[in-house]
Design a protein around this ligand. Structure first.
Ligand SMILES: C[S@@+](CC[C@H](N)C(=O)[O-])C[C@H]1O[C@@H](n2cnc3c(N)ncnc32)[C@H](O)[C@@H]1O
Length: 478
């Protein structure tokens, strides 16, 4: 234990500012008999050692008990209003384990209590070793191993599936290691053993078990199971198997998002749309880059269509989406942006689906580019397209997804001045200026089904012309 590094102070605080936090309380119950004896001792003038507390995170002026629940209860029952306490700074150490180590001083933990603490502590921090937990709860390492073996197996399985998924997406081992907080050598060793990881899944698929059943049984994500089920197939057959109906012309309209790919996310685009971009503008095993990946539709679709994918977003969802690496694109004072990774490898295709100016600004983080004023938003895009050019190949294509942003709020179409609009023309102008030449412009309208009949009728009465047009602009370097 790091006890010797901790600092502490002793002072008097109101009994009412101390709470017993069940999250870090190691015992099953407070022993009422013991409290009764302590209360009598207090009334007879006996002086106890001060209880130990730490400040409750996010509740200024409130302290939670680390040691001395019985003494504290006794003080309360005798009506004492202020007591001397030791305020600890645990310096990152788990307060539950600290409290457990303190609790075993006067009385060993019961078997139930020890098991319960070990499991809670491990769940809170899977990096804890059995030895560390054992020391705190007064049990041998092997006993702790036993207490947490099922949790550890589930954690390791979860970690292995994440490593496997990130590796399928072509994320380099050093980045996987960093993201999952494991040593790079262990990733290397794991990957060599991991070839067998999908065997059970493939066995079930061969026996005719359906994909949703396999997803449920093995806890793999839909895209991961699809990536196994479609192994060896060409892109056309993959498309057919996914049931997406390949569009032959440059108009790609889809009413719904395919729920199997990507998470429920503000501004989520249909996987069928990403699927079409991948089908027409990349080849299997190509490296795809998604700089603002949001709900993860691009990496998921890449798994199903056998493309590698590096994706980034400002929102860090470490647990559920380790494959989306955290990165906030932001202009420095000299109008420069930084590239998120150091790598020789360059993308073959970039799929860029940024917030459409301030549409949905309320749904994204404050640092999102959707919070920028019009001029700054356009300057950001200019800097981004310039930076992109110096980090991709000469042959890399860019698929930029955006829509007209017209400032029509509440105005009939005839009264719109267009003064503050950002139109597709503006984007095309910036793209041309930064050295990108358009090869295709594909209509990919947004669904209008999300508007209620009342809204539609009000718009019609006022002659307001809404926007559902959206475009995929595909470009090469000029
Ligand atoms: C339109 S959404 C992308 C949706 C995604 N294509 C999907 O289907 O789920 C735009 C994303 O850009 C991200 N974003 C906005 N500003 C950003 C910034 N400065 N750096 C990184 N990500 C940013 C937001 O968090 C949001 O997830």
């Amino acid at each position: 234990m790091k006890q010797k590094f901790m600092n502490q102070q002793t002072r008097k605080i109101p009994v009412s500012s101390i709470v017993l936090d069940e999250d870090i309380y190691p015992r099953k119950n407070i022993d009422r008999k013991r409290v009764g004896i302590f209360s009598e001792n207090i009334r007879e003038g006996f002086k106890f050692d001060p209880v130990e507390v730490e400040p409750v995170p996010d509740r200024p002026g409130i302290y939670r008990l680390l040691d001395g629940a019985h003494r504290w209860s006794a003080y309360k029952s005798t009506g004492i209003t202020e007591i001397k306490v030791i305020i600890k700074n645990l310096d990152g150490m788990d307060p539950l384990l600290y409290a457990a180590a303190k609790a075993i001083g006067p009385r060993q933990l019961t078997e139930d209590e020890a098991r319960n603490i070990a499991r809670r502590a491990y769940t809170r921090n899977i990096g804890l070793s059995s030895e560390e937990i054992g020391k705190a709860i007064g049990r041998a390492r092997r006993t702790v191993d036993d207490y947490i073996s099922d949790l550890r197996a589930a954690t390791l399985m979860d970690r292995d599936t994440k490593i496997f998924r990130m590796n399928c997406l072509g994320i380099p081992q050093d980045r996987i290691a960093k993201r999952l907080g494991v040593k790079q050598v262990s990733i290397h060793n794991h990957l060599s053993k991991m070839a067998v990881l999908p065997n059970l899944i493939n066995g079930d698929l061969k026996r005719g078990v359906t994909i949703p059943q396999v997803v449920q049984k093995h806890g793999w994500t839909d895209p991961m199971v699809w990536s196994q089920a479609l192994k060896g197939k060409n892109s056309h057959d993959r498309f057919k198997a996914l049931g997406w109906g390949l569009r032959t012309w440059d108009q790609w309209e889809f009413n719904d998002c395919d729920k199997r790919f990507g998470d429920d996310w503000p501004g989520r685009i249909p996987a069928q749309l990403i699927g079409h971009i991948l089908f027409y503008f990349s080849r299997q095993n190509d490296l795809i880059l998604d700089p603002m990946a949001g709900g993860g539709v691009t990496p998921d679709t890449c798994l199903a269509l056998n493309r590698r994918c590096w994706s980034f977003d400002m929102m860090d969802r470490h647990e559920s989406r380790p494959e989306i690496e955290p990165h906030t694109w932001s202009l420095s004072s000299d109008q420069k942006l930084s590239w998120p990774v150091n790598s020789k490898e360059k993308a073959d295709l970039v799929i860029f689906d940024p917030p459409y100016f301030d549409k949905k600004a309320g749904a994204y983080d404050r640092k999102s580019i959707s919070s920028l004023p019009r001029k700054a938003y356009l300057e950001f895009l200019e800097a981004f397209f310039t930076l992109l050019k110096s980090h991709v190949k000469k042959t890399t294509r860019l698929a930029f997804i955006n829509a007209d942003w017209r400032d029509f709020q509440g105005k009939p179409a005839i009264d719109e001045t267009g003064k503050d609009d950002i139109l597709i023309d503006d984007y095309l102008w910036i793209l041309r200026k930064t050295g990108w030449r358009r090869t295709h412009i594909i209509q990919a309208p947004m669904s209008s089904e999300r508007f209620s009949a009342i809204v539609v009728s009000a718009m019609q009465k006022k002659k307001i012309l809404g926007v559902t047009s959206r475009y995929v602009i595909v470009l090469r370097q000029s």
